[in-house]
Design a protein around this ligand. Structure first.
Ligand code: ZN
Length: 262
């Protein structure tokens, strides 16, 4: 079973479309999405609709949750973006005249985690310990207790997102980042990373708001049991940035950061 695992689309339609096109060429049987379909970006409705259409499993992220309930723990910029996102989804639902609120109800029914059988792999947005909102950053490899506590909850591999920083954590604890070829930032590139024999956490990076200084969208393909392929896909981020600049309630910074991948 070949699987594409995406996360943190954040309402970025241009990025999501580019990734879906790339996935289409990769002989994939199914797509999993680890949450944060919305929040920050200018096209939340379109991204929810595409996720509904293409993804077999979709998990709840902290921004999706923020849209559903009163957002907690967000900074002012993120909070305003969440309020604006909620308005967009509710408006779209009202105009659609379905008996149900298709987009909001879909978000409201998303699970917090998913376990595949066989395989015993876990899928979450944040961490195995707090599926929706715990960050596991690369520097947490120096926090042995935190890593140990989280790894105790994992049988084999745990796929996660949330930090927008792709890579593989082993129980050492250690963190391996996918290499970025120096000449690559304009092209599609791929880095295959071997998985340890024991347990691992795999952060699949972000489709719609990469924060590892590489503006290209990031996602993962799993096509064997011993490795994962990190794919980087360029998309017209200038276009997304312009859309964000044109929306008052979305801070300009949310567009600018896309151009730099931060
Ligand atoms: Zn996110």
């Amino acid at each position: 079973m070949n699987r594409a695992i995406i996360s943190d689309i954040h309402g970025n339609l241009e990025a999501f479309q580019a990734v879906l096109e790339d996935i289409n060429l990769q002989k994939v049987d199914e797509i999993f999405c680890l949450g944060d379909v919305v929040g920050y970006g200018p096209n939340p409705c379109e991204c929810v609709e595409l996720v509904q259409k293409h993804c077999k499993v979709v998990l709840l992220g902290n921004h999706d949750q923020g849209v559903l309930f009163d957002p907690e723990g967000f900074n002012v910029v993120a909070d305003k973006a969440i309020q604006w996102t909620r308005e967009q989804l509710e408006q779209r639902d009202r105009r659609a005249k379905h008996s149900s609120n298709q987009l909001m109800d879909f978000l409201g029914e998303l699970p917090r985690n998913y376990r595949d059988t066989p395989g015993n792999n876990l899928f979450v947005h944040g961490s195995a310990r707090r599926p929706i909102d715990e960050y596991v950053f690369p520097e947490d490899r120096y926090n042995a207790l935190k890593m140990q506590n989280i790894f105790e909850l994992i049988d084999r591999y745990c796929f996660q997102g949330h930090t927008h920083i792709p890579g593989v954590f082993s129980t050492a604890p250690d963190f391996i980042s996918p290499d970025v070829p120096l000449d690559a930032p304009k092209n599609i590139s791929e880095c295959r990373i071997a998985l340890p024999d024991g347990k691992a956490m795999i952060n699949v990076g972000s489709v719609g708001q990469p924060r590892d200084q590489d503006p290209r969208s990031c996602y993962v393909i799993v096509d064997d049991e011993q490795s994962v392929r990190f794919r980087r896909v360029p998309y017209p981020c200038e276009k997304t940035c312009e859309k964000i600049h044109a929306i008052d309630k979305l801070d300009n910074f949310l567009g600018d950061r896309l151009l730099q991948g931060r």
